[in-house]
Design a protein around this ligand. Structure first.
Ligand code: NAI
Length: 328
């Protein structure tokens, strides 16, 4: 099958080319994001392969359908960036990679927690400049702290296991109770109680109309003073303006973000020679207790390999006329 791979980086080329040795697809890599302007690059391709920030909306889907594209292969788990009803109406298939490495994202969430707590990002810079003072670097024991996990699917469950190992008390809120979490002693409670009782809150639910801005002005008012908030889910789970107000008042004690509401067009790219126009992001970057990473939670060797293998396998199944369980 001819596949146009958009928003692709050198690391995607490497893993897709390696995984393709058993599939033999014709891969065409483009660094550009998929958009109405770039979709002509998919001419003659049966499938486009896209990533988290390629906005596959109704206009783009219609444009691609007119060019003969039949399948959209997401090389990610989340699918909030695709207009599924319109894809269905056009008879286009949408496949994704529901799971690749829950460990990658859960471990990154822990990295953000530990860095913000023990301030290793600041210590690194200080020591390199000959400043060996400890003022301002005071942390706390993770042991005995209460961590609230919202969404205990694949990633949330791995996080619960790691945190249990650190001696944390783990609370959770989810529409389903995960037996693996229950076995660890995780206590499921309602969202309001979780927000009130947690020292650290970590978000691992999908972005849906129900979860959009679940951290907002009202929910922040319920949080413990000095709480740490970690978001490796999707940017819009957090109302950025409200969290900035919480940081300014000191109500939010630390914030770790791997995703950001307006990350599209910024994250994954080098903008170091430009004036960044996003004033909210720039304000966030001024806080010493805020740590932002550029959607790299998934970015491990194991995850990239699994993403490439599952994506190409999804497309091979469709090409052979078989049912693909990863179809949305
Ligand atoms: P999953 O589908 O295994 O788990 C999601 C959990 O959220 C499920 O248990 C579901 O019942 C729960 N949930 C759904 N609606 C909810 C609600 N309203 N309130 C509370 N819980 C709710 O998904 P997985 O693999 O654990 O991924 C979670 C999220 O992490 C993804 O949706 C994606 O947005 C994000 N993600 C981020 C990555 C990164 O690189 N930063 C990489 C991969 C995923």
């Amino acid at each position: 099958m001819r596949i146009a791979v958009f928003s692709s980086k050198p690391y995607d080329h490497d893993t897709f080319i390696a995984a393709n040795t058993v599939h033999g697809h014709s891969l065409h890599f483009f660094e550009a994001a998929l958009s109405v302007e770039t979709c002509s690059l998919a001419e003659e391709s049966e499938a486009v392969c896209v990533f988290v920030n390629d906005k596959v909306d109704a206009r783009l889907l219609r444009c691609m359908a007119g060019r003969g594209v039949k399948t959209v292969a997401l090389r990610c788990a989340g699918f909030n960036n695709v207009d599924l009803p319109v894809a269905k109406e056009l008879g286009m298939r949408v496949v994704r990679v529901p799971a690749y490495s829950p460990y990658a994202v859960a471990e990154h969430a822990v990295a953000l927690m530990l860095t913000l707590n023990r301030k290793t990002h600041r210590a690194y810079n200080r020591v390199r400049e000959g400043n060996f003072a400890l003022n301002g670097l005071l942390g706390f024991d993770m042991h005995g702290k209460t961590v609230g996990i919202i969404g205990t699917g694949r990633i949330g469950a791995v996080l619960a296991k790691i945190l249990t190992g650190l001696g944390c008390v783990v609370l959770a809120e989810d529409v389903y109770q995960n037996p693996a979490c229950l076995a660890l002693g995780v206590r499921y409670i309602d969202r309001a109680s979780l927000l009130r009782e947690s020292d650290i809150i970590s978000l691992h639910c999908p972005l849906t109309p129900e979860t959009r801005h679940l951290i907002n002005k009202e929910s922040i008012a319920m949080l413990k003073h000095g709480v740490m908030v970690i978001n490796t889910g999707r940017g819009a789970l957090v109302d950025t303006r409200a969290i900035i107000a919480g940081l300014k008042s000191g109500h939010i004690g630390a914030l770790g973000l791997d995703v950001y509401e307006q990350e599209e067009g910024l994250f994954f790219e080098d903008h170091s020679n430009e004036i960044i126009q996003d004033d909210l992001l720039q304000r966030l970057l001024t806080f010493p207790n805020v740590l932002i990473t550029s959607h790299q939670g998934y970015f491990t060797r194991e995850a990239l390999t699994a993403i490439a293998e599952t994506t190409l396998n999804n497309l091979s199944q469709l090409e052979r006329g078989e049912a693909c369980p990863n179809t949305l």
